[in-house]
Structure formats: structure tokens, C-alpha cells
Design a protein around this ligand. Structure first.
Ligand SMILES: Cc1cc2nc3c(=O)[nH]c(=O)nc-3n(C[C@H](O)[C@H](O)[C@H](O)COP(=O)(O)OP(=O)(O)OC[C@H]3O[C@@H](n4cnc5c(N)ncnc54)[C@H](O)[C@@H]3O)c2cc1C
Length: 419
């Protein structure tokens, strides 16, 4: 059973045997003994998240994925367990370390990247943005309800004509002609996780008077008819267990008090994205670990040629070894960056490095592991194809891997190669 994070206490620790490493024995479930680097409290939080995800999410994921049927109650349940906005202090949030939040992402994505995406948007992109850049009044208004999963958030940065290059966005906020201290926002955002069900949308738009990007909190309930539409994007071939849509704004009136007061330019959205990208680096390792677990079980059970299990064959073992090695390295790298983040010593390039590397390796290895399932890999019952399709999306969103290469290339050479 799982216990809400806010009620956690060291006397409730019941550390999982699953990952525990005896110092002299190799444990394929924790090959480089990364668990030794986590505190007792972090391990207890991981166990709580693992129990919730395996007991409550896993049984729903096949149908959710098959029918593109995202159950918004999942965010409420996550709120009850304390998984939302977990690193935020106060406002009903758990106030845990960056490592603990990474371990939560790892457990959620072990089930499905779509569920982790829904959580990341709520926690890192919207709640994180409000916590970092919002006024006290905005924090009081949104954070407690969002922590409980009662108010759902979406983050609108990408536009139909501007994805990797959000600085060229066309969405604009101009002064309302008749209402004092109001803006009219017009523009279109696309590929927005949670938008069809969101109560509040953090939309990035250029202020007409300055041309600078600002963040606006748009309450669905306050938008007059015809000024806000959030159509679903259906028939995706990845991340089907999450809901994705557009945000279409047509002279939508938004009060000035809903604008972040001082953050200007791309620093606002990029700061939110940094924290979400860090979570993706952890989450994709959870998805890869699930692929390894499934492929290992399958290889031990499936027999070909003289009744031998597939696991007996060297080529099959190599696929498992490559994947396990990349997952173990990925966890260690994310752990190092998480600790540095909490000390305020993790520049964005570090996060680019682990987001890029962990997404790329998770996708490449998952594709190789899929081969172990032969024809059965094509059936959604085996789960591996779902992870592969999801991991392609994680490599694409929040900065496609090649864009992170350019960020790192600039850091190495001092030369900007974007344009
Ligand atoms: C399921 C899903 C959920 C999403 N959720 C959200 C969300 O909640 N909020 C949000 O704001 N966005 C979201 N996105 C959008 C996502 O962040 C963008 O798709 C991503 O940033 C890439 O932008 P793009 O699709 O416009 O691709 P483009 O920018 O058109 O890029 C296409 C390809 O060209 C490459 N490329 C682009 N420029 C260069 C260059 N200068 N040099 C070399 N290569 C280049 C890219 O690396 C990429 O491979 C989501 C996307 C998906 C698929």
C-alpha cells in the first residue's frame, strides 16, 4: 500500500527489497548500486510512488493507450499521494529533493511516458512556473488546488509554425481597448499536453508594446465564449495514454493580474522546461528499465531451437546488456545532476546533456529489445511497442535531441549553430 508523501516519516520506512544491493553481489536490478546514493527518505518516496503506479496505473494503461482515453482522475489520485509539484515547499506540496522527484518520474514512466508527461506538465511546467515567477496571490490561487490535482494545468509554448524556435512565436497580447488592466491575447498553440482538459493554461505570448515574451495564466472558466478553444489532437501514434490538443485564442481577455509580474523573454519558459527536462531524463530510464524487465522475462520463457530459451543466445544477451548498461549510467548521471540542482550548481547544459542522452539511449535500446519479442512485439499486450512509440516522443518534445546537441555544441565551441 502507498502512504501520502506529506505523511512520510522515517518510522514508516519499508525499503524495497527489489533494488537493494548487497555490496559484494551483482544485482541486475540495480547494476551500479545507485540506491546507495539515495537517502532513506528518497527510497521511501520511490517505494510509495512505485506502489501507487503498479497498483493503480498499470492496470489501466493498456485501455488508456488503446483507446486514447486519459482518465483525469489519475492526476487527482497523484495529488492524493503527494506526487504533484513534489519539490515545491508549502502550498500543500511535499517539498522533497530533486532526486526524490526524479525517482517519482522514474516510477510513473516505468508504467507509461504519457502518464509521466501529464504529471510533468502539471508539476514542473505549470506549478513550477507559478512557484518561480508568480505573485503571492497567483501562488495562493492555483498551487494548493493544483497540488491536489483538482485544478489541471497546461503549458502553451509550441505554435504550429514555431516549435524548436519559440522565440519567433506569433501569439500576442495587446492592451484591451476598453477594459483597464486587461489584455487581449490572440494566437495558436499546438501539441499541448493536457490542453483539452486543463482548467488553467500557462500561455507564453509577446507583449505587443515591448515585443518581449511574457507568461499569462488563462483560466478557462473566465474566458468568454468564442475566445478560447482547446481541440483534441487525436489518432497519435505515441503518448496515447496522455491527452494532447491545441490552445486557440481569439482576442481572449486576460487581466493583468494573471501575467507573471517580472519574468521576460525566453528565460521564463526555458526555466520551466529545465526542470521538466530533468524529470524526463529520469522518467525515460524508468521506461527503459521496464523494457529490460519485460524483455528478460520473455527471453527466459520463450524457447526456440532445441528447446533453448532465447536468453541462452549471445545476441539476445548483448541486447539486454547494452540496455542495462545505458540505464545504469543514465541513472547515475541524473543523480549527479539532481544533487547539483539542489545545490544551485546545475547549469542548463547539464540538463540538456542528460535529457538528450537518456532519451536517445532509452529509445535506441527499447527498439533493440523489441526485437526479442519477435512477432509478439507487434501485439500491444506485450507493452514493448508502446514504450518504443512513447520514447520517440520523449526524444522529440521539450527540445528535440538535435536541438540539445546544438545547445551543447555552442557550450563546447562558443559558436551558435542554430541559425
Ligand atoms: C505528444 C506531444 C506533447 C507535447 N506537449 C507539449 C506541451 O505540453 N507544451 C508545448 O509547448 N509543446 C509541447 N509539445 C511540442 C514539442 O515540444 C515540439 O514538437 C518540439 O519542440 C519540436 O518542435 P516542432 O514539432 O515544431 O519541430 P521543428 O522545430 O519543426 O523541428 C523538426 C526537426 O527539425 C530539427 N531542427 C529544427 N531546427 C533545427 C536546426 N536549427 N538545426 C538542426 N535541426 C533542426 C529538429 O531537431 C527536429 O528534428 C509536444 C509534442 C508532442 C508530440
Amino acid at each position: 500500500m502507498y502512504r501520502p508523501l506529506l505523511q512520510r516519516s522515517s518510522k514508516h520506512l519499508n525499503l524495497s527489497r527489489r533494488y537493494s544491493s548487497n555490496s559484494s553481489v551483482f544485482n541486475w536490478l540495480d547494476p551500479l548500486a545507485s540506491n546507495k546514493l539515495f537517502t532513506q527518505e528518497e527510497l521511501a518516496i520511490q517505494e510509495t510512488a512505485n506502489a501507487y503506479c503498479q497498483e493503480r496505473m498499470l492496470p489501466r494503461v493498456l485501455d488508456a493507450y488503446r483507446y486514447e482515453n486519459y482518465d483525469r482522475k489519475i492526476l487527482e489520485e497523484m495529488g492524493e499521494v503527494g506526487l504533484l509539484g513534489a519539490t515545491i515547499k508549502g502550498y500543500g506540496c511535499a517539498g522533497v529533493s530533486s532526486i526524490a522527484s526524479g525517482l517519482i518520474a522514474r516510477e510513473v514512466e516505468r508504467v507509461d511516458s504519457g502518464y509521466r508527461s501529464g504529471m510533468s506538465v502539471q508539476s514542473s511546467l505549470v506549478m513550477g512556473g507559478i512557484d518561480k515567477f508568480g505573485t503571492e496571490e497567483q501562488k495562493d490561487r492555483y498551487l494548493p488546488g493544483m497540488a491536489k490535482g483538482k485544478i489541471l494545468g497546461a503549458f502553451g509554448l509550441t505554435e504550429p509554425n514555431h516549435g524548436s524556435d519559440p522565440g519567433s512565436m506569433e501569439t500576442v497580447a495587446k492592451p484591451h481597448p476598453s477594459k483597464k488592466d486587461y489584455f487581449l491575447i490572440s494566437g495558436s498553440k499546438t501539441w499541448i499536453t493536457n490542453s483539452p482538459i486543463a482548467d488553467v493554461m500557462l500561455v507564453w505570448a509577446k507583449l505587443q508594446s515591448t515585443g518581449k515574451i511574457r507568461g499569462f495564466l488563462i483560466d478557462r472558466a473566465a474566458c468568454p465564449p468564442g475566445t478560447l478553444e482547446t481541440p483534441d489532437i487525436k489518432n497519435k501514434n505515441g503518448l496515447r495514454a496522455s491527452t494532447t490538443g491545441m490552445i486557440q485564442l481569439d482576442e481572449c481577455p486576460v487581466p493583468k493580474e494573471n501575467m507573471f509580474p517580472s519574468i521576460e523573454g525566453l528565460k521564463g519558459p526555458f526555466t520551466c522546461l529545465n526542470s521538466a527536462r530533468y524529470g524526463i531524463a529520469w522518467g525515460t530510464m524508468g521506461a527503459l528499465e521496464d523494457c529490460i524487465d519485460r524483455a528478460r522475462t520473455y527471453a527466459l520463457e520463450r524457447k526456440q531451437f532445441k528447446g533453448n530459451p532465447l536468453a541462452k543466445y549471445q545476441l539476445v544477451q548483448k541486447k539486454l546488456v547494452d540496455a542495462l548498461t545505458d540505464a545504469a549510467y543514465g541513472i547515475l548521471a541524473a543523480t549527479q545532476v539532481g544533487r547539483l540542482m539542489d545545490e544551485g550548481r546545475a547549469p542548463p547544459e547539464m540538463i540538456s546533456m542528460i535529457k538528450r542522452q537518456n532519451c536517445d539511449r532509452a529509445l535506441a535500446n527499447a527498439r533493440k529489445l523489441q526485437e526479442i519479442f519477435g512477432g509478439n512485439s507487434v501485439s500491444d499486450e506485450y507493452g514493448i511497442g508502446r514504450h518504443v512509440a512513447n520514447l520517440f516522443v520523449t526524444q522529440t518534445y521539450e527540445g528535440q535531441s538535435d536541438i540539445h546537441s546544438l545547445i551543447l555544441g555552442r557550450a563546447i565551441t562558443g559558436i551558435q549553430a542554430f541559425a
